[in-house]
Design a protein around this ligand. Structure first.
Ligand SMILES: NC(=O)c1ccc[n+]([C@@H]2O[C@H](COP(=O)([O-])OP(=O)(O)OC[C@H]3O[C@@H](n4cnc5c(N)ncnc54)[C@H](O)[C@@H]3O)[C@@H](O)[C@H]2O)c1
Length: 333
């Protein structure tokens, strides 16, 4: 049995707690949150010891895997302590609030090659995205010409008032790009190829006076090989729509909107349905694949090679976001 533990017992922790509890070969051994009420509530619900200090939990419970579900600026300090203690870490996205912090995690992971570090970019496990990637890799669809993506979500003042760190750049590192659209940027690069140049703009249209981060962004990506893609992301939409990604190739157009639809040049259409949310606890717009990534991370513990979405891989999209933030602040100087 692999002993897992969760640090940060807030909104997303429910998905991790449920996944560990239902995973064959894994057992929840403890939970930790600096907020004693939240730690105690999770500890009581799952019948495990709870802590308010992660170092104390590591020393007492001695978990083999820790899931880090804390605010963005609390990912790396906690993850480095775990790696130094010889504990595998699965870190929620974004890998860190800043690239400098992410690099600190990369160094720590390099120092501990026998200890695994994974970043929770679960949308790479969606049926629609894996099918699209496999199809593109066959070469049957011809060269990729470009793509577009939209993330049209609703995050009102109540979302930020419930968890003020989400709207404070010092703790979150940013707004819609680093917190929501990071998955979409990661997928655009994963599906269309390495990004060689990025431009973009960010703004705050709906949340002035509530947050100091951007609620809207537009991004232009240049991919190796010449394809281009664009992303429009906003948290000011009136509702949460599924993320849309469209990829235009020489002989087909792939459309991910929950499900994947491929339309070929001869008019033929094929659809691959997405799974429904695995645990019943997640929100549809998070994607349905947390449980798949978590199960794969636990399976990877028996293999010698690093987990495939490690700190370096997880930092790719963060570097793009950092570049956009820097371009924006240069322009406003
Ligand atoms: N993969 C996804 O699709 C997805 C979806 C939602 C959230 N997330 C990520 O999950 C993380 C948590 O988000 P959330 O919405 O659950 O936040 P939250 O504020 O609801 O929960 C975070 C918890 O961490 C606790 N905490 C803060 N610092 C701590 C520390 N040093 N040690 C222990 N506990 C600490 C807080 O008290 C809080 O209970 C974020 O990185 C977020 O981006 C990922």
């Amino acid at each position: 049995m692999t002993a897992g533990a969760v640090i940060g017992c807030g909104t997303i922790s429910v998905v991790h707690l449920a996944a560990i509890s239902s995973l064959d070969g894994a057992d929840l051994a403890g939970v930790c949150d600096t907020d004693a009420d939240r730690a105690a509530a999770a500890g009581r619900e799952f019948g495990v010891p709870w802590f308010t200090d992660h170092a104390e939990m590591l020393a007492t419970v001695r978990p083999q895997v820790v899931h880090i579900c804390t605010p963005h600026d609390q990912h790396v300090p906690v993850a480095v302590d775990c790696l130094d203690a010889g504990v595998h870490v699965l870190v929620e996205k974004p890998v860190a609030a800043t690239v400098a912090e992410a690099e600190r995690l990369i160094e720590a992971a390099d120092r501990h090659p026998g200890t695994k570090a994974g970043i929770c970019l679960q949308n790479r496990y969606n049926v629609a995205t894996t099918t699209a990637r496999d199809l593109l890799a066959t070469g049957e669809l011809g060269a990729v010409r470009g793509g577009s993506a939209t993330l049209l979500w609703h995050r009102g003042p109540e979302y930020y008032r419930a968890r003020p760190w989400r709207g404070r750049r010092r703790e979150s590192g940013g707004g819609v790009l680093i917190n929501q659209a990071i998955h979409t940027l990661d997928l655009l690069e994963w599906l269309l190829g390495d990004v060689v140049d990025v431009r973009g703009h960010t703004g705050r249209y709906g949340l002035d006076g509530v947050v100091d981060v951007e609620d809207t962004a537009s991004v232009l990506l240049d991919h190796a090989g010449g394809a281009r893609s664009v992303l429009f992301a906003t948290n000011t939409n009136v509702t949460d729509s599924p993320v849309t990604i469209e990829i235009v190739t020489e002989s087909a157009v792939l459309r991910i909107h929950g499900d994947l639809t491929v339309t070929y040049v001869d008019g033929r259409t094929e659809t691959r349905a997405e799974r429904t949310v695995g645990t019943g606890l997640g929100k549809a717009y998070w994607g349905a694949s947390h449980d798949l990534l978590i199960a794969d991370f636990y399976r990877s513990l028996d293999r010698p090679e690093p987990f495939w979405i490690g700190p370096r891989e997880g930092t790719r999209s963060l570097r793009l976001i950092d570049r956009i933030y820097r371009l924006d602040s240069d322009e406003n100087r």
